[in-house]
Design a protein around this ligand. Structure first.
Ligand code: GCU
Length: 138
């Protein structure tokens, strides 16, 4: 199953502003993080079973700089310096995918900017589980 976690919807945490000034986003907006190292988007994900999930992050980056992020799960680093390359325009949304180990129950997934630009604009995270894992919105 795939569940979508919109970056603008509580209990998601957005270090910056919920914005809607660039068309093409899903839901009611996106998270425009502050332009500084460490700016983060944090999502709470619940799964029925422990295992590997696929995380798909939809974002836009209208600059030519890679706005990479450290991706952590439950406080532990999962993917340091994961790339969020330029997408050509703030209205050009793209997706990046990575595998992620999740615990059964509540998980905290955090993207923290590693460059002074902050994160790209973050639209949503999709979490796909199989093999009995059943990710539900919390
Ligand atoms: C522009 C753009 C924002 C973006 C920002 C940035 O101001 O309109 O959506 O977040 O650049 O550089 O992060």
């Amino acid at each position: 199953a795939t569940n979508r976690y919109e970056a603008e919807s509580a209990p998601a945490v957005c270090d910056g502003a919920i914005a809607s000034n660039h068309v093409g986003y899903s839901g009611s907006g996106f998270c425009d993080t502050n332009n500084t190292i460490g700016s983060a988007v944090q999502l709470t994900v619940n799964t029925a079973a422990a295992g590997t999930a696929t995380l798909t992050i939809r974002y836009a980056n209208g600059t030519t700089a890679n706005r990479s992020a450290d991706i952590s799960v439950n406080g532990a680093m999962a993917q340091p310096g994961f790339g969020f390359e330029g997408t050509g325009a703030w209205t050009a949304w793209a997706s990046k995918t990575l595998p992620l180990q999740l615990n059964a129950g509540t998980n905290t997934v955090r993207l923290a900017a590693t460059t002074a630009g902050g994160l790209g604009n973050i639209d949503y995270l999709d979490v796909t589980t199989d093999g009995g894992g059943n990710s539900t919105i919390m």
